[in-house]
Design a protein around this ligand. Sequence first.
Ligand code: AMP
Ligand code: ZN
Length: 139
Amino acid sequence: MKSDNCIFCKIANGEIPSSTVYEDNDFRAILDLSPAAKGHTLILPKAHFDDVTNLDETLGAKVVPLAARIGRAMKSGLGCAGFNLVQNNGVAAGQTVMHFHLHVIPRYEGGPEIVTWTPGETTAEDREETAKKIAAALI
Ligand code: AMP
Ligand code: ZN
């Protein structure tokens, strides 16, 4: 279902123009307006899902192969050395547009540092306890 107030619904369904890289019945892939690197692409489902927690599973199974295809095209078409897949869920995770989207971000030799974090420390006990909490909450 499309949501009336969602800008990515409008872009994905062609009501607002975009620099479209790819389109099929389920998805439109567009260039990001404020790219982390040249060719930064967003894959948008045409139907509205707030984030990955309610993304339709059939679409979810299609989106990673599509990202791989676009990433391969970035390597051969733009000459990037690699690419990152990034997908934010919730404001706390940096999500700013509440319509599921998968970032495909080309990485060039000597390019900008992105998607980094400071490696933390854990103990075996902490990992054991944390893994149990997540496993117990899986539904
Ligand atoms: P996120 O932080 O994961 O929600 O990412 C939202 C992304 O959408 C950002 O990288 C924005 O630059 C990008 N963005 C926002 N509005 C538009 C738009 N109208 N067209 C293309 N990209 C957009
Ligand atoms: Zn939407």
